[in-house]
Design a protein around this ligand. Structure first.
Ligand SMILES: [Fe+2]
Length: 334
């Protein structure tokens, strides 16, 4: 299937066919409905290539000018920013996207757009930590929490983006001190994903875990009794409510510079910003729509309640990625 598309794009004949070649690092079953919905609405068929976040990005780079990819969707601003730095996106000027996606969740130049949002929050073992003892990301560096914190490795984009957010608000020097304090508070050497940190906190191996909200929602909605029980042991803090708000990240993407089907690509991006797609896109992974006012039905997100989200443009978090990496390296936060 893909071979036919690759062969076809160079002739120009197939480029006029009503197809869209989508490279996506999202692989949630519920996303399926989203693609069907687009085809129904526009008559444009979607050829979907799924892969790991880094593998797909490498593939697009390697394919270069011959890439059949029209749209690339991935997760975390760190990865989106890296893709943008590599020059693979083309700017999209769309009144629909500009009206629908809040400015903080899209590239000012139009190279990429955020379609769903996640918060990076603090979970705590309710038997070990009292509600109100933790309020801010800055608290994670407090010596009071020595041997208390579980967090995945610093080199992961989620943590680079969190550090990038602290750099944006507190500056590099203070963020370096914070990372030092956080590293000194680790309950164990960083290993595993966000779920492992949450399970660690629930099991009492650490008092506090740092995780993206959809991992917590996933445990809350899990059919596995041990995961459901773990979620019940955890309390949740949306950090920095009295100040800048909780650090937010996005899943999103953009149209590729070498896209053979540019009209279809813009249509697809606009479709992703529509109510129906926003619901599918967010609910499939327990995220929030980036478009305001879209009603979603998700008991776990509803239980988490309302919170103040940091309004900083996530592009700034991209720009701070190299500085975040340098700090992690200097401090020795693995
Ligand atoms: Fe994730």
């Amino acid at each position: 299937m893909l071979a036919a598309i690759i062969a076809g794009t160079s002739t120009g004949v197939y480029a006029q066919q009503k197809v869209l070649n989508l490279y996506t690092a999202r692989h949630y079953q519920t996303d399926e409905a989203l693609y069907t919905g687009f085809t129904k609405q526009t008559g444009i068929a979607i050829n979907r290539i799924e892969g790991g976040e880094d593998a797909l990005f490498e593939r697009i780079k390697n394919e270069g000018a011959n890439s059949p990819a029209d749209v690339f969707i991935t997760v975390d601003i760190g990865r989106i920013w890296r893709a943008d730095q590599a020059g693979i996106f083309a700017p999209v000027k769309s009144a629909v996207l500009e009206a629908r996606i809040p400015a903080s969740y899209r590239d000012p130049a139009g190279n990429w757009f955020g379609f769903s949002a996640r918060a990076r929050v603090i979970a705590y073992n309710k038997a070990a930590v009292k509600a109100g003892e933790l309020a801010n990301y800055e608290d994670l560096a407090d010596p009071k929490w020595k041997n208390a914190v579980c967090i995945r490795t610093s080199t992961h984009p989620y943590n680079l983006s969190l550090m990038a957010s602290l750099i944006a608000h507190n500056g590099e020097a203070r963020t370096e001190e914070w990372v030092k304090g956080l590293t000194a508070n680790l309950a164990r050497s960083p290993k595993g994903g966000d779920t492992d940190q949450l399970m660690g906190a629930a099991a009492g191996e650490c008092k506090i875990a740092v995780a993206n909200t959809y991992y917590i929602a996933r445990l809350m909605r899990s059919a596995r009794p041990n995961e459901k029980a773990a979620a019940e042991k955890l309390g949740l803090v949306f950090p920095n409510q009295a100040s800048r708000g909780t650090h937010m990240n996005i899943s999103g993407g953009g149209m590729l510079k070498n896209a053979p089907h540019k009209d279809a690509a813009v249509k697809f991006l606009e479709y992703l910003a529509g109510d129906e797609a926003q619901r599918y896109f967010a609910e499939g992974n327990n995220e929030w729509p980036t478009v305001r006012g879209v009603k979603i039905s998700n008991p776990a997100l509803a239980a988490m309640g309302e919170f103040k989200a940091d309004a900083i443009n996530v592009a700034q978090l991209g720009n701070n990625q190299p500085a975040a990496q340098r700090i992690a390296d200097r401090v020795g936060f693995k």
